[in-house]
Design a protein around this ligand. Structure first.
Ligand code: BMP
Length: 216
């Protein structure tokens, strides 16, 4: 495995399928969300999942019943994992974990996001989100590659039982190697791969950087 997740935020169905095929074998999963699914329809989830495992990034944040309805749709469509927010609380999160379990799928919880605005509110509760995620025994959390020291802090809270997937590498300024060294298990990369002239080559190069960081 490459420890690399592609964030496929394109809005063209043909391009999405082509890039998925190209990077197959060089990424461990493809994260898709509102841009692609709203543009092309939810069947794209299953189509990509036939090639590469899909993490559906809908950052779900609702009451338990609505979360359950959303989870059912996402996992029935073929997603292998779903990203949800933790700030709605333990009951909402528990519902997502239960539905995921029925489908043999995984839940990831957002802690602190990678953009500057995350410092306005999110950073204040990020450590609580990490603890909540850990208590709920989710598959992992999302933590910012733009702030490796925060990845390290979140790792210290969740221990080694659950994973960290880390976006913010490349265009947002974070480094794949630094995120891995800070304790991320996977890095998530979007534009630096899907906007590259050769997405496969771009993915291979980042995968190499990750491997070198792990081997160090
Ligand atoms: P890019 O590498 O193009 O910046 O894309 C990063 C991806 O990760 C986008 O899909 C974005 O929505 C997502 N993401 C993020 O950048 N920071 C977060 O904290 C959480 C995210 O899901």
């Amino acid at each position: 495995d490459t420890r690399l997740i592609l964030a496929l935020d394109v809005t063209d169905r043909h391009q999405a399928l082509k890039i998925s095929q190209d990077v197959k074998g060089y990424v461990d999963a493809i994260k898709i969300g509102y841009p692609l699914v709203l543009a092309t329809g939810k069947d794209i989830i299953g189509e990509i999942a036939e090639m590469v495992p899909v993490i559906a990034d809908f950052k779900v944040a609702d009451i338990p019943n609505t979360d359950r309805l959303i989870c059912e749709q996402v996992f029935s469509a073929g997603a292998n994992a779903l990203i949800v927010h933790g700030f709605t609380g333990s009951d909402s999160l528990k519902t997502c974990v239960e539905v995921a379990e029925v489908h043999g799928a995984d839940i990831y919880v957002v802690t602190e996001m990678s953009h500057p605005g995350a410092l306005d509110f999110m950073q204040k509760v990020a450590e609580d989100m990490a603890q909540l995620a850990s208590n709920a025994k989710v598959a992992g959390v999302v933590a910012p590659a733009t702030r490796p020291e925060r990845v390290q802090k979140i790792r210290s809270i969740i221990g080694n039982d659950i994973a960290i997937i880390s976006p913010g590498v490349g265009v947002q300024g974070g480094s794949a190697a630094d995120a891995i060294k800070a304790g991320a298990d996977w890095v998530i990369v979007g534009r630096s791969i899907y906007l590259a002239d050769d997405p496969k080559k771009a993915a291979m190069e980042i995968a190499k950087e990750i491997k070198d960081a792990i081997d160090q």
